[in-house]
Design a protein around this ligand. Structure first.
Ligand code: ZN
Ligand code: ZN
Length: 579
């Protein structure tokens, strides 16, 4: 058994103090916890060692009887009952709410008790909807300051944006610049073009002989909040949502070299430069130069540059130095998937749980995208926050799906459920209910902070459950917010490969889970995948491109992704009942 370190103990005591403060406890008591935390954090010797050698912990400065008893319990049992009771009463996530500038314990308590807000995301949504201003001593101005504080916090924490923020903005900019008569070509470069899961800042590249005119339009875009710098061929701005962007203008004849250079990644480009050097050339963003006589070679397309170096053109999403250069030389680049390859989805929500659209609206939207099948998977009963379905409501929903199927015959509908994997690894519906569903998607939403062994055991139990066809968002990460659970993913892959359970690539830009690197490892382990938008509304189906990009970044091929199968084959492979 490993004992908590002084740092961990101090952290726990500070968290206790924070929750007691929100609860409105006696300030002396709160100060005692803070003082003990401070002393313990800076104590020269590990308390666990002192405790093991039988020292009286009360001899430490700031540690009285009450705290000494708690430390003793913590070392003996690895748990603290007081903490468990406290967090059952006051949501632990309120501690993050306390981190918001302008939010003190009293306000955190009011927002929690009056408006039911327990998370930073919840407070942000309420502020955006103008709900905070109704609280006592609040008003519009303070609400705006809180919102600004939350946004600044998000930037500080990650400095990165997810694709759902970066992509639509980039499309708008490209549309405006692309319409200019002076612009021959315009593209995003950098990590957005490579479709990385998060984006640091945006890079735009324009092929033009009139850079001043193009940059003039760029800085006047309505979303630009601030111009950070401007030169002859490059301008930097900050958009209103906090994203920064560079626009670089290059002569059309140098487009290919520049686009290749600014797309990156750095490690891909290092390899490409080395390759050029071995052939007697130096390469930078302007040109390829023959070292022997200094003769420049210009490339107006990337393909021409790659070809000159003896390589097939490498799609941007592969440019990470994960073996793509070798593959491009030997003609072994993966064919890749396109959005049109996806024939249906098996994970989406409706107004029956926490979705925004009815089953019929979801079905019609899926049909309009050309889907051949859709499984409705609302949340299971224990997920109260998402209005999970009781067994009774599940039965009612089955009749509703049949009725919608009759009205929307162009797409095959099935009833599934996104079923909670409970803390002990069991599922949230009994076996006979699971057996009555066409399609069971299992999810670990709760307890993601459990230790590796417990979490892995839960995932494996779900994978091995004969009713479960898909394990959704397998790591549970939320991009720019929290890392995934500490699962033993190799064990998960081996189990899924053995049982044939599909692992999801969740296409939501908040998740992209499995992540690209794990897609690659899953494939190597022989796992079959499935890409789902986890749509909570009809517009979420647009996120499919992010899921497909993630699959491509992980070198997935169509035959490894189950929902590239047309309806009849999908039905057969999934053992679905013909209706
Ligand atoms: Zn989920
Ligand atoms: Zn879901």
């Amino acid at each position: 058994m490993s004992y908590p370190t002084n740092r961990q103990i101090a952290d726990l005591l500070n968290r206790i103090a924070g929750l007691l403060e929100i609860k409105g406890e006696n300030p002396f008591k709160i100060r005692a916890y803070r003082r003990a935390a401070e002393q313990i954090a800076h104590h020269g010797q590990e308390l666990a060692e002192l405790w093991q050698s039988g020292d009286d912990l009360r001899r430490l400065e700031g540690v009285g009887q009450a705290i000494a008893d708690k430390l003793d319990e913590l070392f003996r049992t690895g748990r603290l009952e007081f903490w468990e009771r406290l967090t059952a009463e006051v949501p632990e996530s309120l501690l993050e709410v306390l981190e918001i500038p302008e939010v003190g314990p009293a306000l955190a308590r009011t927002m929690w008790q009056e408006l039911g807000l327990t998370t930073v995301a919840g407070v942000q949504a309420a502020a955006e909807q103008g709900k905070l201003r109704t609280l006592p001593r609040m008003g519009k101005k303070k609400e705006a300051r809180i919102l600004a504080g939350i946004r600044a916090m998000a930037r500080r924490q990650t400095g990165r944006f997810h694709l759902g923020q970066a992509w639509p903005l980039a499309r708008q900019v490209l549309a405006v610049l692309g319409d200019l008569p002076q612009v021959v070509r315009v593209e995003t470069a950098g990590s957005l073009r490579r479709m990385r899961d998060t984006i640091g800042d945006l890079d735009f590249l324009a092929a033009t002989d009139h850079p001043a005119a193009v940059m003039e339009v760029f800085v006047r875009l309505p979303d630009v909040a601030e111009v950070l710098g401007s030169g002859e061929t490059k301008t930097s701005v900050r958009f209103k949502n906090g994203l920064q962007a560079d626009l670089r203008c290059v002569p059309p004849a140098r487009w290919g070299t520049a686009l290749q250079y600014f797309t990156g990644s750095k490690s891909h480009n290092v390899k490409i430069r080395e390759l050029a050097q071995r052939q007697g050339y130096s390469l930078n963003e302007y040109a390829l130069t023959r070292e022997q006589d200094g003769k420049p070679f210009l490339f107006d397309t990337e393909a021409a540059l790659y070809e000159f170096l003896g390589l097939a053109w490498i799609p941007p999403h592969l440019r990470e130095d994960w073996g793509e250069i070798e593959a491009a030389r030997s003609g072994a680049l993966p064919a890749g998937l396109s959005v049109a390859d996806i024939r249906g989805e098996v994970h989406c929500h409706s107004t029956w749980s926490d979705g925004r659209n009815t089953i019929e609206e979801m079905a019609r939207a899926a049909l309009a995208r050309g889907y051949e099948y859709l499984v409705i998977t609302d949340h299971s009963r224990s997920l109260g926050v998402a209005n999970g379905l009781s067994v009774e409501r599940l039965r009612q929903q089955s009749r509703e799906i049949e009725a919608v199927q009759a009205r929307v015959p162009g797409i095959r509908l099935w009833q599934g459920a996104e079923v909670e994997v409970k803390a002990d690894g069991s599922l949230d519906y009994p076996d006979d209910v699971l057996a009555g569903l066409d399609f069971v998607v299992a999810s670990v939403h709760t307890g993601l902070r459990q230790d590796r062994e417990t979490l892995t055991r839960r995932a494996l139990a779900a994978i091995q459950n004969p009713h479960v066809k898909v394990l959704a968002h397998p790591t549970g990460r939320l991009l720019t917010d929290r890392p995934g659970g500490d699962f033993d993913m190799e064990a998960v892959f081996q189990a899924a490969a053995r049982t044939g359970t599909l692992l999801e690539i969740n296409a939501s830009p908040y998740r992209l889970d499995l992540p690209d690197v794990l897609v690659r490892r899953a494939i190597a382990a022989g796992v079959k995948l499935i890409i789902n938008c986890d749509a909570h509304g009809v517009e979420d189906f647009d996120n499919l491109q992010f899921g497909v990009a993630t699959a491509n970044r992980g070198w997935a091929a169509a035959e490894q992704v189950a929902n590239t199968l047309p309806l009849a084959e999908f039905e057969a492979q999934m053992g679905l009942v013909q209706k």
